[in-house]
Ligand binder design. Structure first.
Ligand code: 13P
Length: 251
């Protein structure tokens, strides 16, 4: 069954103390008013071990924002998928456009990361999306198809475990959201690519989240589309009330 998911990506925000306070607040708010969708918070690495025991796993999953493309060893400063999993985290964002653009993450590197995440029982939230020039040149379909190559080497069973997130780079942190029609059109295209590779059943079961300036005021009109199964939220995930407002789009 396809799941509706609202996932927060805290990016490089919040000290440990601030992150703990936000996780506690979210847990309280969602305990008082249960969500109608799966909820995930993806935090900086150093928050994970403190945050996971604070949240009720029946209300909220916790995830990392990245993991290494190597299993272990002499890779100073890196954090492995096994280390992420050892904190109790269940998810990991991979392929975020900020990682691709600023840290040179290629299709091949991401393929390794996705495989290591799955081998450690983490659910990858795998991000794809075009930059503005590509959208203006009408190349968005071509771009997302090429980015999917990282996950299209997976077995059908492994592909069935991942979550996809379409995040047009021109909409991230810009206040410029994709229109519901733009989101639906490309989400349906992404699902058709999955169906072409893995068949209709796996495609129908695949959650495809939208990310990019999603907020309480526009979440419902985006999520109501048949191929938009929730959101990956940046800025609006940093305040419990805003994040809850987006979660409530499923009510
Ligand atoms: P914003 O919601 O801040 O636009 O960020 C989206 C995003 O990049 C989530 O991964």
């Amino acid at each position: 069954m396809r799941k509706n998911i609202v996932a927060g990506n805290w990016k490089m925000n919040k000290t440990l103390q601030e992150g703990i306070a936000l996780a506690k607040e979210l847990n309280e708010v969602l305990t008082a008013d249960k969500p109608n969708c799966d909820v995930v918070i993806c935090t900086p690495f150093i928050h994970l071990a403190s945050v996971t025991p604070l949240v009720d796993p029946s209300l909220m999953g916790v995830g990392a924002e990245n993991c290494a493309d190597k299993a272990e060893g002499a890779y100073t400063g890196e954090v492995s998928a096994a280390m992420v999993a050892s904190t109790g985290a269940k998810y990991v964002i991979l392929g975020h456009s900020e990682r691709r653009a600023y840290y040179g993450e290629t299709v091949a590197i991401l393929e390794e990361k996705v495989k290591l995440a799955l081998a450690n029982n983490l659910t990858p939230i795998f991000c794809i999306g075009e930059v503005l020039e590509e959208r203006e040149a009408g190349k968005q379909n071509e771009v997302v198809a090429a980015q999917l190559a990282s996950v299209f080497s997976l077995s059908p069973a492994d592909f069935g475990k991942i979550v996809l997130a379409y995040e047009p780079v021109w909409a991230i942190g810009t206040g410029k959201t994709a229109t519901p029609a733009q989101a639906q059109e490309i989400h349906a295209f992404i699902r058709s690519l999955v169906a072409g590779k893995y068949g209709k059943e796996i495609a129908d079961n695949c959650s495809i989240l939208y990310g990019g300036s999603c907020k309480p005021s526009n979440a419902k009109e985006l999520f109501v589309n048949p191929d938009v199964d929730g959101g990956l939220i940046g800025g609006a995930a940093l305040k419990a009330a805003d994040f809850k407002g987006i979660i409530d789009a499923f009510k």
